[in-house]
Design a protein around this ligand. Structure first.
Ligand code: NAP
Length: 284
């Protein structure tokens, strides 16, 4: 099976390339094709002729999207539409990686793929537009929504916490947003299994277990042996950010279970993540 990964040098893309050894994987990024330009996407896809395009490329700066909304929509909406159109032209299947931030957080139970979406911020709106483009323009597709990614190759939340802990004795972390942290290596493996199972429609893919950012930070520091750092809870109101986030964005595992896939708890994935960080020299 030939897989073209768009966004291959991003945090998730890097782990896809590393873990998908059994498949024929062709990496691409904006250097090979800027997805905002359909001619570039067409040239790349007609050259590679993949069975699947895995679209993980995105403008992922959630706060930056508030002031760069044109860029967020150009990449996440128009760019996705371009890829979806080309995938259809070439008879290629499309796997689109999306986000929990398409939801508004008002739910009192984990979100199912059938729940109505209602993004609160520009990034979420641009990814929701991307989902719509996939559904409108590609002939055979799967959308995998995920959340709170952490992986050794990106500057994700736990890495920022570990870095801050090197210089600050106490850290203030938001305690009133709840979600499911997801290790990019576990996600990459689940996506490959979905592709092999010819999954279709919308599937929710996260590590199991839920927490607030505050609890996430505490656990990261505990497992990294830095319990001496004090983590103090603050509310979103006390720590305002440009983009509003959902207070609750837990995704239900039911759609993933249908393919026989169960994800381990995010806490169980942390030792592997910390080991990866040590291997690339980001922590001692
Ligand atoms: N990070 C999270 O917490 C999170 C949560 C839920 C869902 N997601 C979704 O998961 C996916 C992967 O996220 P990530 O954090 O791994 O992303 P990332 O590290 O920010 O990487 C994004 C990738 O997209 C590429 N890209 C950006 N603009 C492009 C363009 N115009 N044309 C072609 N490529 C372009 C970048 O390549 P260049 O550097 O060459 O531009 C980069 O390789 C995204 O779709 C994101 O929306 C992320």
């Amino acid at each position: 099976m030939r897989l073209l990964v768009l966004g291959a040098r991003g945090m998730l893309g890097t782990d896809m390339l590393q873990d998908w050894k059994s498949s024929e994987v062709i990496p691409a990024d904006s250097a090979e094709a800027d997805i905002r330009d359909i001619a570039q996407v067409r040239a790349l896809v007609s050259n590679v002729r993949p069975d699947w395009i895995v679209l993980t490329a995105a403008y992922t700066d959630v706060d930056g999207s508030e002031k760069n909304s044109d860029l967020a929509f150009a990449v996440n909406s128009t760019g996705t539409e371009n890829v979806a159109r080309v995938a259809s032209e070439m008879g290629t299947r499309l796997f689109y990686v999306s986000t929990d931030y398409v939801f508004d957080g008002a739910a009192k139970r984990p979100y199912e793929p059938t729940d109505p979406i209602h993004p609160l911020n520009v990034y979420g709106a641009s990814k929701a537009a991307g989902e719509q483009a996939v559904q409108n323009y590609s002939w055979d597709w799967c959308i995998g929504r995920t959340s709170w990614l952490f992986g050794a190759s990106g500057a994700s939340f736990p890495q920022k916490i570990l870095k801050a802990s090197e210089t600050q004795p106490e850290l203030f972390v938001v305690c009133d947003q709840v979600g499911s942290p997801t290790f990019t290596r576990d996600l990459a493996s689940a996506i490959l299994r979905l592709i092999c199972a010819e999954a279709r429609g919308v599937v929710h893919i996260t590590n199991s277990g839920t927490c607030s950012w505050f609890e996430f930070a505490q656990e990261v520091l505990r497992q990294a042996g830095r319990e001496s750092i004090r983590v103090l809870p603050v509310t979103s109101r006390e720590y305002p950010r440009p983009a509003q986030r959902p207070v609750y964005s837990v995704l239900s595992p039911a759609s993933l279970s249908r393919y026989g896939i169960a994800m381990r708890n995010w806490k169980a994935a942390l030792p592997d993540y910390l080991q990866d960080l040590r291997q690339v020299g980001k922590i001692k």
